[in-house]
Design a protein around this ligand. Structure first.
Ligand code: HEM
Length: 442
């Protein structure tokens, strides 16, 4: 009988990196560019060395699916210590098993549809205030204002701040705290990481004060939802858990800024898409409050918001995991003990999955394949309750869609010539030139 030979597994491909510092500087300088370059040269699974660890990178829908398999990967003790230190080691991205499932079930209560409809009122109020200001301005940079607006929304939703005014100290502190994730973790008063920890402590104090205020006088916002959330077997979030996760929710608003900016950019650059979307908004949602149910009547809006997040990725990678059991992908051995990340940007731009991946084409989703849907990972992959997929995905959808509806109902915008490419050395990308815009009321 002829013997069948099992081909030996290949080792993870990688490129030379200097000892100690490894790929850290190249990666931190331009995470998206670094990963795109490695994907082009090494394929869908490869090794890099960042933050003093060997990390397996997974690109494309099939590799991403393997990365989500909890038989082989765990999030426990996987993230670089400085990232866990900024967010809090007990925050949901770092939990596993039963502790993770319990926390995630409770957190998802905060983003259920009835709660989102309540948040939409706050979103509309703040966005309307900003739109009026923009229409009264000459050409201005949209990104700094979208940043202030997003932080204003986060402040109102999560700590009950006044929706009719901005608190610049809070907005700046969150930028500083979350900026610390993509820096070398040297904790000195003058380093970005040292400043990030200081900003984190200031914010933790503000969140505790907000919780006390909510306990003293009931409110109707996301912190109130967090306080009243109950799991199926009646458990609730402790005060400490509410504070930990509220800090993370705030930080999670930073990618919303990129999401809003790239959506506005894609629309302003593609007149035909903008006109078609405006027609849909005028037909189906010309006036009255935005609700989740009403938004479901706008399929083109859904495709546009989905495609802007695919064509212009905001985040390069997921949180870190660790290989807990050896596995393989397409003949490449993935050894136990290595760190691992799902590569979001390169998967959204995978040329084996999407034709003309850089092109913004909302109609590609009309007859998208199963493979294309599974490669849509701007918020991570898997299920919300079973995997570490973004808890705020529906809130982010609501934010992008409400923004598009309010802007298209009453305003038009054009861009002077500028650099529309994405920022490089930041964890969350936005248009590099700040998105200079001229906006007018129709
Ligand atoms: C466009 C905006 C957003 C993008 C692109 C985004 C993207 C992501 C990504 C990629 C992850 C990590 C997935 C993983 O590690 O596998 C994540 C996790 C998470 N996001 Fe978002 N996010 C956004 C907005 C939000 C908002 C508004 C909130 C809440 C206010 C939020 C809350 C969370 C939470 C709690 C997690 C951790 C989930 C877990 O570990 O189970 N995100 N998000």
């Amino acid at each position: 009988m002829a013997e069948t030979t099992i081909p030996a597994l290949r080792e993870l491909p990688s490129l030379f990196a200097p000892p100690l510092i490894g790929d850290s500087l190249a990666f931190l300088g331009d995470p998206a560019g670094f990963l795109a370059d490695r994907t082009a040269r090494l394929g869908h699974v490869f090794r890099m060395n960042v933050f003093f660890d060997d990390v397996v990178c997974f690109v494309g829908p099939e590799a991403f699916k393997l990365f989500l398999d909890e038989k082989y990967f765990t999030r426990a003790s996987a993230s670089p210590p400085h990232i866990a230190e900024i967010l809090h080691p007990d925050a949901v991205p770092f939990l596993e098993g039963d502790a993770f499932k319990r926390r995630k079930e409770l957190l998802m209560e905060i983003f259920k549809e009835s709660a989102l409809d309540g948040y939409a009122r706050i979103l509309e109020r703040i966005m309307t205030r900003y739109a009026k200001k923009w229409a009264a301005s000459e050409t201005f940079a949209w990104v700094p204002d979208l940043t202030a607006m997003a932080m204003g929304v986060a402040g109102s939703l999560f700590i009950g701040a006044d929706p009719d005014s901005d608190d610049k100290r809070i907005a700046d502190a969150f930028q500083t705290a979350f900026g610390g994730m993509l820096t070398l973790p040297v904790n000195l008063p003058f380093t970005p990481y040292g400043r990030a920890l200081k900003a984190r402590d200031f914010l933790r104090g503000r969140i505790r004060e907000a919780l006390k205020a909510h306990q003293a006088a009931p409110k109707d916002d996301a912190m109130a939802q967090a306080m009243s959330a109950r799991s199926k077997n009646g458990e609730k979030l402790s005060e400490n858990e509410i504070c930990i996760e509220t800090f993370h929710f705030f930080g999670a608003y930073v990618p919303v800024i990129g999401g809003l900016a790239f959506l506005a950019m894609c629309l302003g650059q593609n007149r035909a898409v903008l006109d078609k979307l405006r027609a849909e908004v005028r037909e189906k949602l010309a006036s009255g409050p935005v609700t989740m149910a009403r938004l479901r009547e706008l399929p083109y809006l859904d495709r546009v918001c989905k495609e802007s997040r695919r064509a212009r990725p905001v985040l390069p990678i997921t949180f870190f995991a660790k290989v807990k059991e050896e596995c393989s992908f397409e003949g490449v051995r993935v050894p136990k003990g290595l760190k691992a990340v799902g590569c979001i940007g390169p998967t959204l731009q995978d040329k084996d999955t999407y034709a003309g991946p850089a092109q913004f084409d909302p109609d590609r989703w009309i007859a998208a394949s199963e493979k294309q849907h599974s490669a849509w990972v701007p918020h991570g992959g898997g299920g919300h309750l079973t995997a570490h997929r973004c808890a705020g995905e529906q809130l982010a959808n609501l934010m992008l869609k409400t923004f598009a509806v309010l802007m298209l109902r009453e305003y038009d915008w054009t861009f002077p010539e500028q650099d529309f490419s994405a920022t490089k050395g930041q964890l969350f990308a936005t248009p590099k030139g700040g998105l200079q815009v001229k906006l007018r009321k129709l």
